[in-house]
Unconditional design. Sequence first.
Length: 280
Amino acid sequence: MSGAGSRSIVQGVVLVVAGLLFAVPLVASASFGFTLPAEGFTLTPIADAVADSGFGPQVLQSLALALLTTIASFALLIPTLVWLHLRARRWLPIAEALSVIPFVVPAVALVNGANLAFRLTVPGFLTSVYSLVPFYVILTLPLVYRALDTGLRAIDLNTLVTASASLGSGPIRTFFSIILPNLRPALLTAALLSFTMVLGEYVLATLLLHNTFPVFLVQIGQDRPRAAAALSLITIVGTWLMLSAFTGRGLARRRRGPAAPDAAVPVVAPILNPDVRISA
């Protein structure tokens, strides 16, 4: 058997085993969450969970936390990374190494340290559910950092900024009119990763005694495990569909190929200076 044939067989076996490892728990959750011994398939567990008084407020609360976390992460990381790529590229390895610290520091240590600090300085801060936002920014930092950094490395940032300055645009206008539109795929990826992590985070919310959607799932699972399994499955499948949709869109864009250079220039120039006219 040739080397290529053996490699194909090994790849196929790995894909099948990985597929089973992902599919079997999902199928088991679906079978447990959407069936009752006497009725078979039913949506009663989902209806019971949705009818719970804590379902709506905690889902909305988690969505608000995810949105605020994404905005705060973008406000912190995008200007920092743009500055590093333009003015201090030698510091990028240090920044990348620092960005993985949240993977090293346990959530318990992070919360206990912040608890001691805030109890002495701002006692009422941790009582608000929105005190979770800075913790979630730290938690999502490694993934959001890498998504944005990859997007900045994929574009010729120096050329874009130089071209913008030559057309009379200031730094702020260049940032909002040129850099952010070119980072749209990276922004979508980072936002999706941030939302996914916040909507599934349980440890920090529990340690700080706040009620979020993951906490609701655990609480409802103590009395109604089928409802918790069904809601968990819907959350996982919904997240997977969003990731798949974004990945498929990115692959389709890659298959179409990059735009021709002479077609890309008129898109940039009129944005910066409407008086400029470039002929093909």
